[in-house]
Structure formats: structure tokens, C-alpha cells
Design a protein around this ligand. Structure first.
Ligand code: SF4
Length: 449
């Protein structure tokens, strides 16, 4: 491992720099962090559903499928590995009832989703019949004919030829395969359910069936990762020629099996590579794909043809689209309010069965935070264009965020040109820690990888 250390940021919050991987979340997926969403804001969210939507705000739909064959040791999602066919059927019926409740509200009436995302968990854990039951029910409530991108996440070991055909027949345009690694020992030691043979078979089937886009997910820095194994994994990923690749840097949140083991053994440092090494591995992977003509389009993604691959869900999430989100623990955003559902299976199903929306917490975005939220999230794409912000908010982000921007420029992570603010590769690969510089002081979490 390299001994170079990252220069500390002159942070206004005085947050510590961490080189080693310790427990906690580093990945910024929304703003403000979920810890600041509150049950007290739920009535405001419910009231907002009685108002008409804001003109020209697109609608997306997210469906959470919380089932998996096995719990990966690094997993921090709400997943269930013990549900039988009756439980799953009950869950699908609950999701459809929840959707039915929403579509009659003024905020949703007569709207159609522009993009749809099936996430989890493992959506491909569902059988072909269950997939049809769910998607036919959804289409009857909220037609899909305006949707330009429909994503379905799949775990390779669950994807038979028959199931892949059923998924494609529903209209899915983008299959996202959770491969994570190609080395069987690494997959096993990290608790993944699939092996590399299943990856290759599922990928070949999916290509044969003709999904318009196939994304593959990889993780840099899993337990027992080595230079050699990472290089081999990248080489195999390149060989598949996917339409896009998403590469995460391994993190070890508190609710993971890895953290529980660390705690039991009294370790503060996680048994995975340090942050510098993970960034170097992601950069190496980006470089290999760039040599083949791919384009880096965010801190985690490379894309074969940016003209064809748009990531509509991410674009919507990052630019204030309405996202109607259904299913246990899912989070969405409607009429300026963020919300998250009940995060346990039984309370979720019972709430829906008793005719209530299964809401857990919400966050009313104050007017001054809208620009901040979109700026923070869009910086994860590597560049923020100034004109759309000025047009949408009447404010210039270069003026709003002059102090943190100056800090990042001084440290050589960022450049400003007439029309945009751009992170260089070094900045892009550690954007999640740099973003804390833009957070309101009360929203800083102290996690600073
Ligand atoms: S497949 Fe994904 S959601 Fe399921 S346990 Fe593994 S990491 Fe978690």
C-alpha cells in the first residue's frame, strides 16, 4: 500500500482526515443526510400530497424489493433472506396498495413516470410470475408509456434465461448487474451469493435477449482484495464491454456483518484497503475503460456511449425531480418534501393493510437548501454548469459557495471556468469527503474519509 498521505483540507468544521477505513458511511447519496429527516415532518408531507405538482417537474417511480438469497457481509440495506412465497405475494400486494393510495392524490393525479427504478435488495429474487404480478399491477395504476428508462437490478445467480426474458418483456430497458468482483474467493469471503460462472452466464443471456443497456457494478477494496485480483477483475469487466460500469469504494457502515466482527474482535480499523488505495484502484479501472473509449461521467461511473446512456433516475434524483417511492424503507421526494417509508417489513405491510401510507420520516426542504442540495449532488458528476443554476434559482453557485470553492481550488481539486465548475480526477475520486465542505454546519456528520 502507498505511504503518500492526502493533504488535509483547511476545513471550517475542523473534521479529521482519515486514511484508514473505519466504520461508518462515507457515500453521499442525498442531502441533508437521512439522520436529519424527522417523524415530525410526516404530516407536512401528507399535506403536500393534496397540492397540485409544480409545473414541469418530471415524475419518476422507485420500487424497493427487499429480498436477497443471502446477506453480504458489507451490506447495510434493509434486506430479508427468510421470506417465503406467501410473504412475497403479500409484499407485492402491499406495494400495489401503497401505489394505489398515491395515484389518487392531487400531487400525482394524471401524471406518468418518465423513469422507473427497481432497486433493493434484489429485484431479480422475484420469480417470473411475481415480476409479472407486480409490473402488471403497477402499469394498471400508473402507465409506463412515457418512461424512457426502466432499470432493474439483478443478482447474477438469480438470473435464469427464463427470468431474464420475463424481465425484458415487462419493458425494462436497463439491466444493472451486481457483479462486484470476478474472483470466487473474494465473492465467498465477502458473503456474496453468486460466483463468477453465474455472472458470465447471466451476462451472455442478457446480451442475447437484447437489453438496450447493461450496467455492471463493481466494488474496489472488498475484504482480501489484492492488486493482482483487482487488475484481473477490471480486465474481465472490460472484456464484457458493458454499456456502463459503476464502481464503488468499499465502505463499512455500522449495520454490516464486517463491523459486527470488528467490534467483537476490538478492531477500530476495517479489514479492507485504505482510502488512498481504493481511489487508486478506481482510477486504474477508469483508465482501462478510458483506453477503450469510455467516458467517466461521475465519481463512480464510466459509460461506453454517453449519447445513449443517460442515468435518468440519477439525473432526476440530483436535480429535484419528484420521485414516488414505494416499498419498505424506500425514500422519495414529492412537492418539495423528502420522505422515507417504515423500515421494517411487518410495520410496513400492516400500515398499508390498515389503509395508511407507511411513512416513517420526512424532511421539508427549506427554500435556501434547494440550490445547496442540487449543487452538492451534481458535483458528484464531476462538473456543475453555472447557467442552469442561475436560470433555475436566480443565484450563482460561484458566489453562494465562494469560500469552499476557493479552498478546493487552492488545494488543486477544482477549476472554475466561465461556464462551469469542474473537479479534477483526484477531486472526483474523493468527492464524498470534499462535499462536507459545502454542508451546512448543522448537517456535517464527522464522517470524513
Ligand atoms: S445482494 Fe445487495 S442488497 Fe442483497 S445482501 Fe448483498 S449487498 Fe445487500
Amino acid at each position: 500500500m502507498s505511504s503518500i498521505t492526502i493533504a488535509p483540507l483547511p476545513s471550517t468544521a475542523g473534521l479529521p482526515i482519515q486514511k484508514e477505513t473505519t466504520a461508518g458511511n462515507y457515500f453521499v447519496s442525498n442531502y441533508p443526510p437521512f439522520a436529519f429527516w424527522k417523524a415530525e415532518d410526516v404530516p407536512v408531507f401528507e399535506k403536500s400530497l393534496e397540492q397540485a405538482p409544480t409545473e414541469n417537474v418530471p415524475l419518476g417511480l422507485y420500487v424497493h424489493i427487499p429480498f436477497c438469497r443471502k446477506r453480504c457481509h458489507f451490506c447495510y440495506f434493509r434486506v430479508y433472506t427468510d421470506k417465503n412465497a406467501d410473504d412475497i405475494r403479500g409484499y407485492i400486494e402491499a406495494v400495489l396498495s401503497e401505489l394505489r393510495d398515491y395515484v389518487s392524490r392531487p400531487a400525482l393525479v394524471d401524471r406518468k413516470p418518465k423513469f422507473i427504478y427497481f432497486g433493493g435488495g434484489t429485484p431479480s429474487y422475484l420469480s417470473p410470475d411475481q415480476i409479472r404480478l407486480l409490473t402488471d399491477g403497477m402499469k394498471a395504476l400508473l402507465p409506463w408509456d412515457d418512461a424512457t428508462e426502466i432499470t432493474f437490478e439483478g443478482e447474477p445467480g438469480t438470473l435464469t434465461d427464463h427470468k431474464l426474458r420475463a424481465i425484458r418483456e415487462t419493458g425494462v430497458t436497463r439491466l444493472s448487474l451486481g457483479i462486484e468482483h470476478f474472483d470466487d474467493h473474494i465473492l465467498e469471503i465477502n458473503g456474496r451469493a453468486h460466483r463468477s460462472k453465474e455472472v458470465l452466464r447471466a451476462y451472455a443471456f442478457a446480451r442475447e435477449i437484447g437489453f438496450p443497456q447493461i450496467n455492471i457494478d463493481l466494488i474496489a477494496g472488498m475484504v482480501e482484495e489484492t492488486e493482482e485480483k483487482w487488475r484481473e477483475t477490471v480486465a474481465k469487466a472490460v472484456e464484457l464491454q458493458p454499456d456502463s460500469v459503476t464502481i464503488y469504494q468499499m465502505e463499512v457502515p455500522y449495520n454490516t456483518g464486517i463491523y459486527r466482527q470488528m467490534k467483537a474482535e476490538g478492531h477500530l480499523i476495517a479489514p479492507v484497503a485504505d482510502w488512498e488505495t481504493k481511489r487508486r484502484w478506481v482510477n486504474q479501472a477508469f483508465g482501462e475503460f478510458e483506453k477503450r473509449g469510455y467516458t467517466v461521467t461521475s465519481t463512480t461511473t464510466v459509460v461506453k456511449n454517453p449519447e445513449l446512456v443517460h442515468f435518468e433516475y440519477r439525473k432526476g434524483l440530483f436535480s429535484g425531480a419528484d420521485i414516488l417511492s414505494v416499498g419498505v424503507a424506500s425514500f422519495g421526494h414529492l412537492n418539495g418534501v423528502h420522505y422515507q417509508n417504515q423500515h421494517d417489513f411487518q410495520p410496513y405491510v400492516e400500515a398499508v393493510q390498515s389503509g395508511r401510507l407507511p411513512l416513517h420520516r420526512a424532511y421539508v426542504v427549506p427554500p435556501d437548501e434547494k440550490l445547496l442540495r442540487e449543487f452538492i449532488l451534481q458535483l458528484k458528476l464531476g462538473s456543475v454548469f453555472i447557467a442552469p443554476f442561475v436560470e433555475k434559482f436566480g443565484r450563482d453557485p460561484r458566489v453562494e459557495f465562494a469560500i469552499p470553492l476557493e479552498s478546493l481550488k487552492r488545494l488543486g481539486f477544482l477549476i472554475e471556468t466561465e461556464d462551469k465548475i469542474t473537479l479534477n480526477r483526484d477531486g472526483l475520486l474523493q468527492v464524498d469527503r470534499l462535499l462536507q465542505e459545502f454542508f451546512k454546519p448543522e448537517h456535517r456528520t464527522g464522517r470524513y474519509a
